[in-house]
Design a protein around this ligand. Structure first.
Ligand code: SF4
Ligand code: SF4
Length: 381
């Protein structure tokens, strides 16, 4: 594994990494995600969580209330939570969003928000200007209304998302773009990278789509997504365009040397490998679902602890013990490509139904990356 050179890191990143290392070691819940609602005004084909209002109403578990979230925020702050991501569905559709947001800002959390951007109007921008979050992550799905209609089933929103990105930037709010790339919007990839670069905004493109097993437990290993080989090809194309030729060549060399950073997953997915779970989930970070389950990460419906009956401190302790018991497949553990592939318990679970299964989708994608690296560098040597 590559050593981290602290002198080359921006001070804020070095501090964050230091805090996470400490927190992982001491099992402090430094970072949390509040999934406020699974309801969304988009209906993206590959979404892992989306539900309709009616499905939420008919669910045996009720959606968490403002009071529930405020209680949990207070309790989690006592246990060490500093970083907080608000997500959904579309979090701005949750009825008490602004009341909760203001209270959480006043409690001193460093807040990020995941949103599709379509509901960020002038009033929202003014609010964020006055009480800025640490960052707003906007998912940009494509180059115009046509792509949004095909992929997200919604008409006429591209202009609103574009205006939100511009308005937030002008208001001095930090914006990052996320893009979930699928066959429906693959043709827009170059445009998306150019759009981000023209606005001096970071864009992170994910070409791996988790099977939506939280939405439909029958869908292990299935999603509306690329073949593994296409997923690898588009990931490499994104890295080449986004990072430039020199960094791309360095990445290819990393593949041949057997280690590259895992691009495209969530930011919790980064701690060093220890043969158990390959990230901060259940060690220093957690996720709370809209109906009150505490889980290691949003891609993993299990293990889970009920926050409707347990206070946060006890639930977190129970979760760390359950997460410590997660084991990847012995095949992955011994695989020569594991530090290129970066399999994790959530991927294994979503692909196979077991966190110790072998996610063969990743095996194929990784083989393709190795093939491209060998061919490209071989032809240039
Ligand atoms: S379990 Fe996987 S998806 Fe979840 S935070 Fe860890 S590396 Fe990321
Ligand atoms: S998923 Fe496949 S390529 Fe990845 S570590 Fe496991 S066995 Fe290796």
């Amino acid at each position: 594994m590559e050593a981290v050179n602290m002198r080359e890191m921006p001070p804020s990143r070095a501090l964050t990494d230091f805090l996470y290392r400490k927190a992982s070691h001491l099992r402090i819940p430094l970072s949390g995600t509040f999934e406020l609602s699974p309801v969304c005004n988009f209906s993206c084909r590959m979404c892992y969580v989306r539900k309709t209002r009616e499905e939420v109403r008919n669910s045996p578990r009720k959606i968490m209330t403002l009071e529930d979230w405020l209680r949990i925020a207070r309790e989690a702050r006592e246990e060490g939570m500093l970083y907080l991501l608000l997500t959904g569905g579309e979090p701005l559709l949750w009825p008490d969003f602004w009341t909760l947001y203001d209270a959480l800002i006043d409690m001193g959390f460093l807040i990020s928000i995941n949103t599709n951007g379509s509901l960020i109007d002038e009033a929202a921008i003014a609010h964020f200007r006055k009480k800025p979050p640490q960052r707003i992550n906007i998912t940009l799905y494509g180059a115009g209304d046509g792509t949004y209609q095909n992929l997200c089933g919604i008409r006429g929103v591209f202009t609103k998302v574009d205006a939100a990105i511009r308005g937030l930037k002008e208001a001095g709010v930090t914006v990052k773009l996320n893009c979930s790339l699928t066959p429906e919007n693959a043709a827009d990839l170059d445009w998306i990278i150019d759009y981000a670069q023209a606005r001096d905004v970071v864009v992170s493109v994910a070409t791996y789509m988790f099977p939506p097993v939280r939405r439909d437990p029958e869908r292990f290993g299935v999603n509306e997504r690329f073949t593994p080989e296409e997923s690898a090809a588009y990931l490499m194309r994104y890295l080449r365009r986004d990072r430039g030729e020199e960094a791309y060549q360095h990445y290819l060399k990393g593949i041949l040397d057997g280690f590259v950073e895992p691009p495209g997953l969530d930011e919790s997915c980064v701690d060093p490998v220890d043969g158990q779970i390959r990230c901060r989930a259940g060690k220093a970070s957690f996720w709370i679902t809209w109906d009150g389950w505490l889980t290691p990460c949003g891609m993993m419906p299990e293990p889970k602890v009920d926050l409707k009956t347990e206070p946060f401190a006890g639930a977190w302790k129970a979760l760390t013990e359950l997460a410590a018991g997660l084991r990847l497949s012995g095949v992955c553990d011994k695989c020569a490509n594991k530090d290129i592939c970066h399999p994790c318990a959530a991927i294994a679970y979503a692909e196979t139904g077991s966190s110790s299964g072998i996610p063969t989708y990743m095996c194929r994608a990784t083989r393709e990356m190795c093939r491209v690296a060998r061919e490209t560098l071989g032809s240039e040597m």
